[in-house]
Design a protein around this ligand. Sequence first.
Ligand code: BJW
Length: 259
Amino acid sequence: AQSEAPPIPEEVLALARAARRVAVFSGAGISAESGVPTFREVQTGLWERFSAQDLATPEAFESDPALVHTWYRWRAGLIQQVAPNPGHRALAQWQQTLREAGGSLSIATQNVDDLHERAGAEVLAHLHGSITAYRCADCEAPVELPGSRYDGATAPREPEDPPLCQICEEGLIRPGVVWFGEALPMAAFDAAADAMRAADLILVVGTSGLVQPAASLPLLGMERGTVLIEVNPEPTELSDAMHHRLRGPAGELLPVLVE
Ligand code: BJW
């Protein structure tokens, strides 16, 4: 295939080769080439087609649990059906290489999918939770649900009620994701912050950098003068703070950066 991205400057390749402690901050864009829709891109973004207010808030789940549950089951089905792409695989490979050399690569992702893991990487922090981790909305007991029966291609016709919690018999089962207005899992956030502070190179991949408090994490590296590199086809809210901006798809650029 014809390359869409300009070549990576030698200076940036040298920075990547020299790095020993890398922290990665990833967003929906890294999974885009796997076929998982992002949130905010024009035409393809989820929030272009669906209302965040009606689907990704605790109030939405309270007022229409079946709609919210079915939408998340549909997205879980879609994620189940897709595979990691060369961007995920390059990071997993780099993590292994750095570990063997006594270094580290820590991944803090905003994504609720498991594509980093399925590519063979260990993820330090799922800042916005995981789409396959369910819990009771009342008693918070973790619950396992069977795989989604939706194939992700077509939207479900009828909304499906979420199951009732078998433990407290009061609450409805909700996805273990972080909705607007909810606090991020504190241990994940703290671990990500530590990794950003300890890194000698921070890679910001596939995020618009619009959602707080996650988006402020890579900026913690600035306190120590860490090198910040963005991989994204488009400029973002974080671009101005980056030392280097690699414009192109992650699936194309990361394998070259990590070579
Ligand atoms: C490619 C590519 C390719 C394409 N290669 N790249 C005003 C100011 C500041 C904050 C606020 C505010 N008003 C409200 C807030 C708070 C709010 C917030 O930040 N809102 C902003 C939108 C304004 N934040 C919250 O509510 C958070 N909680 C909170 O603040 O709690 C306070 C609190 C404290 C104590 C107690 C109680 C409360 C929670 C935020 C939760 C976000 N949740 C979601 C949904 C998760 C579940 C689900 O999946 O449905 O998380 S929203 C959605 O956005 C999802 C994502 O993780 C998150 C970030 O999106 P991301 O990953 O950046 O995706 P996109 O689509 O935005 O960007 C994709 C990028 O990829 C683009 O740049 C493309 O160019 C690029 N791309 N193809 C590389 N091939």
